[in-house]
Design a protein around this ligand. Sequence first.
Ligand SMILES: [Zn+2]
Ligand SMILES: [Zn+2]
Length: 378
Amino acid sequence: MADNKDFYEILGVGENASKDEIAKAYRKLAMELHPDRNPDPAAAERFKAVNEAYSVLSDGKKRSEYDMLRKYGAFAGAPGGAGGPGGFGGFDFSQYTQPGQSQTFHFDLGDLGGIGGVGDLFDMIFGGGAGRPREEDTRGSGNVFMDIDVPFKTAAKGGTAVINLKRGEPCLACAGSGAKAGTSTKPCPQCGGEGTVTVGLGQFGVKRACPTCAGRGKVVEEPCPDCGGTGTKPGKRKIRVRIPAGISDGGKIRVRGEGNIGPYGARGDLIITVHVKGSDRYEREGLDTTSTLKLNLSEALSGASKVVETTQGKVKVKIPAGTSSGKKIRVKKKGIKDERTGRVGDHYVEIEVEIPKKMNKEQKKLFEEYSKSMGWEE
Ligand SMILES: [Zn+2]
Ligand SMILES: [Zn+2]
């Protein structure tokens, strides 16, 4: 397994180090370890590591993602870590956990997909695909996948969604054991009570939940007639899920331990894909929002000061004289704020100049004069 990489440790700086401190530490180490100066092969290895660390910590966006992963237990869930049985412990590296709210995991793939997302960062930290659970690990783990629609405003500002979840609940007749009342369980003959079987050979062997006992390590002598020995029955549950501010369409929220009862008897996770509904007022692209502002001819020609509604409240926008239809005026940092990364998008005001449909006699006369003075007609 790849080692956990602490980029701060590699550069020998504190986690609150400023950009300058990081750059300085990097320069110093790079000088010392550069293969041209240092023939030691160990130095070459370190030089590589230093470059890698610097490439992340010197980039504000990557650094904040890395900080988040580092802080929120990604390392605890790393291979061999506290994630649980079965290799990678079902810790899905495309999500991260929020401390103090162990039930809620947020991660928004939409935002990070473009520029070397967290997946790439993890590949860097753990080497290759080591951090990501293989398909089989996820499929068998009792995870429940569902999609929800979230109003534009909730996605922009954060909020909650109430979810009616269909999932397996423990069978009451057998208290989830799957054994008929009065009968008992015995160690599973296939796995000898281990709950896992090894598939593949030698060092390439992978432990899987035992198919005979579904990872429980025990089999029943006589199955419970109520649940057929599975220990679970179809059930429903209402849960409240926090929607993080700034989540994009297609973003995912992971709610730990709210899935089905999976192998090992533990619940899988509920993984929700968020579909952000459109807004009458705004177009959204990433964290940027756009609204339309109608101007009359006079405002377009002479300029104006207008109050515009953004997802972050009202802002005053100065329209310069001579503004045409279609022009976009940027209002910095008034787009959507992503609470997880702290990034804030911009708001754009798209101008639509309204041309009067009719003119009365007097207006026509005035306009002819205006046209003349513009040289539009003889
Ligand atoms: Zn039962
Ligand atoms: Zn077994």
